[in-house]
Design a protein around this ligand. Structure first.
Ligand SMILES: Cc1cc2nc3c(=O)[nH]c(=O)nc-3n(C[C@H](O)[C@H](O)[C@H](O)COP(=O)(O)OP(=O)(O)OC[C@H]3O[C@@H](n4cnc5c(N)ncnc54)[C@H](O)[C@@H]3O)c2cc1C
Length: 321
């Protein structure tokens, strides 16, 4: 193992040059270099994860001290909106528990339905939950800047707020020798093979796959590992990347387990252990592959974690399973 950073890839020579100047030869190269999270909304607190916890704590302290209107804004181009839904729900819950007068929590999103990437059934329930909890949702709204107590929206209009918390936008990190698209992301095939280059694979946030998520990165890594193992002579079948999206939404009450299968061949079901063993199920679906039309399956549990879930982020508010 070499602890160093990649400076460039010389694809013709099949070598990687590191920042310390070493040239490392390879037969097959797998890149998993992530992406850069950049602030996307001027004037807002950007929430990237644990490193921004302190700023979030300050926003909550200000709210308790008499500035109780908080907007959570999802900038267009954000590919994983779930953390902001959690923050909005948990913040509303926190302000209620703290008996803050005049508390107002607004979620501003370019999505046309709440968490629409999990399909319309899951989205409807999340919408109901947000309404019951008193989170005001502004759909089809792209936030552009926060200034002097006003969150400005792309098509005009403002949301008045004392503070705005926004998700970052991700950009690819350029690696000399590896071509990327306009956003800096690397195009790959179903096995993670980098298009137009021999013997180089890429997985995770650095790829052009639109959803940037740890669970997706590991599924891509499985596909690349199978392809590389087959090349090395392993007697196994090559397994292409078949994305399945999972999320656990913490709400301050019952957690929601969300699952979306882009292939659309799975049935969807919802059950609530907190609501008198309510159970709903839907038949097989055959929806097209589209971020707003994916089939979904959901399970609600009274517990904050599910046995099938493990934390992949040290963030106190988000977990994957
Ligand atoms: C607020 C928030 C909450 C999230 N919560 C979840 C969640 O609950 N569950 C989930 O699954 N996903 C979550 N995600 C997404 C998840 O963090 C990413 O999708 C995942 O970490 C991507 O993994 P990766 O390996 O592609 O990149 P990374 O995890 O970013 O790892 C890339 C690594 O490569 C290193 N690197 C970069 N450049 C170089 C170089 N030139 N040479 C050598 N090394 C380099 C970096 O230092 C880093 O260690 C969340 C994201 C955000 C913003």
């Amino acid at each position: 193992m070499s602890q160093d950073r990649i400076a460039s890839v010389e694809v013709d020579l099949h070598t990687v040059t590191t920042e310390s100047g070493r040239a490392i030869p390879y037969d097959v190269l797998l890149l998993a270099l992530g992406a850069r999270a950049v602030a996307a909304l001027p004037g807002a607190v950007t929430f990237r994860g644990p490193e921004d916890e302190r700023a979030l704590v300050a926003v909550l302290a200000e709210a308790r001290a008499g500035h109780p209107r908080i907007a959570f804004a999802i900038p267009s181009g954000t590919t994983w909106p779930l953390p902001l839904y959690e923050l909005a729900l948990l913040t509303r819950w926190h302000l209620s528990e703290s008996l803050v007068q005049g508390a107002a929590v607004t979620l501003v999103t370019p999505e046309s339905s709440p968490l629409g990437l999990f399909g319309h059934l899951a989205s409807e329930e999340i919408g109901e939950l947000l309404a019951i909890r008193g989170v005001d949702v502004r759909l089809d709204s792209s936030p552009v800047a926060f200034e002097d107590g006003a969150l400005h929206l792309l098509r005009g209009g403002v949301v008045e707020a004392d503070a705005v918390v926004a998700l970052p936008r991700l950009e690819g990190i350029p690696i000399p020798g590896i071509s990327a698209n306009a956003q800096g992301f690397v195009e790959t095939d179903r096995y993670g093979g980098v298009l137009g280059v021999d013997d180089v694979y890429a997985v995770g946030d650095m790829t052009a796959f639109p959803l940037k998520r740890g669970g997706i990165a590991t599924q891509q890594a499985d596909a690349a590992a199978s392809a590389i193992a087959v090349r090395a002579g392993a007697p196994i079948a090559q397994e292409p990347f078949r994305p399945v999206i999972r999320g656990l939404l913490l709400t301050g009450g019952a957690a929601h387990y969300l699952r979306a299968d882009p292939a659309g061949h799975e049935s969807a079901s919802t059950s609530s252990l907190s609501g008198g063993h309510r159970r709903r199920s839907w038949g097989a679906t055959s929806r097209p592959i589209s971020p707003n039309g994916w089939a979904s399956r959901r399970h609600r549990s009274t517990s904050r974690t599910s046995p099938a879930c493990t934390s992949t982020s040290s963030s106190s508010t988000t977990r994957a399973c």
